[in-house]
Design a protein around this ligand. Structure first.
Ligand code: IPE
Ligand code: IPE
Ligand code: MG
Length: 237
């Protein structure tokens, strides 16, 4: 990768297209999820190496529970084996893992595996991986609102305390805003992913399905990010 490229501090990845990737190869949809895991491992190492500080990965939306039970069960088991085995390399890579999303109704074994990887990586300092699992922006905003109302009711805060910074601190995770959102598979929508955090993000929609979104595809995305003129409401460069 070109050393002069600016690396976005916080990257969001909507890992989409696993089912189509498998179906186009005559395989069942779940084989796409299995292959996505291989790609994800490569990408995590690459993002840590190029200096991305935060990566938010959309792994399962609150709406994904609408899918066939067999696919949901497959994904839940894949999460358990990833967090308990496949992601152990993250510990040596100095990667810290966090989760965003509702715990309910995730199965107990998934929650245990999540808690274990969070604990094992809590002191790590290179890349922070924020895994959005049973995540939805709408749910996050509802949960944040309830939390803030509770604080207000208990006289812990006054209305003047509520500003941008305060809202960010009371989201599922206190992370800087997204700089760059990548959605693979050619779909042009957010599907309830980090709407608040993406307010000034740059968007990139490569056609490739997630299992094919490898390190070199990520480097292409970085080149595209560097072509953008971010203005944040000002007049820019
Ligand atoms: C993304 O791939 C993974 C999850 C939503 C869990 P999909 O499973 O949505 O794959 P397509 O979009 O149907 O091809
Ligand atoms: C968004 O993809 C969720 C994840 C990638 C985890 P979907 O495949 O669920 O989104 P829609 O249904 O096409 O909008
Ligand atoms: Mg999809």
């Amino acid at each position: 990768m070109d050393k002069d490229l600016i690396v976005p501090k916080h990257v969001g990845i909507i890992m989409d297209g696993n089912g189509r990737w498998a179906q186009e190869r005559g395989m069942i949809r779940t084989m796409g999820h299995k292959n996505a895991l291989k790609t994800l491992k490569e990408l995590c190492i690459h993002m840590a190496d190029v200096g991305v500080k935060y990566a938010s990965l959309y792994a399962f939306s609150t709406e994904n529970f609408k899918r066939e039970k067999s696919e949901v069960d497959y994904l839940m088991n894949l999460f358990i084996s990833s967090f308990k085995k496949e992601f152990k390399f993250l510990i040596e890579k100095d990667v810290k893992v966090l989760f965003s999303g509702r715990r309910d109704p995730l199965p107990e074994k998934v929650l245990e595996a999540m808690d274990e990887i969070v604990y094992d990586t809590k002191d790590n300092k290179s890349l922070t991986l924020n895994i959005c699992l049973n995540y939805g922006s709408h749910a996050e905003i509802c949960d944040m609102t309830k939390k803030i109302c509770e604080m207000y009711k208990n006289n812990e805060i006054s209305l003047d305390d509520i500003d941008d910074n305060f809202i960010q601190k009371n989201m599922y995770q206190d992370l800087p805003p997204l700089d760059f959102v990548i959605r693979t598979s050619g779909e042009l929508r957010l599907s309830n992913f980090m709407m608040y955090q993406a307010s000034y993000a740059e968007f990139y929609f490569p056609k490739v399905y997630f299992p094919d979104f490898n390190s070199s595809e990520f480097d292409k995305a970085l080149i595209e990010f560097n072509k953008r003129n971010r203005r944040f409401g000002g007049v820019g460069k």
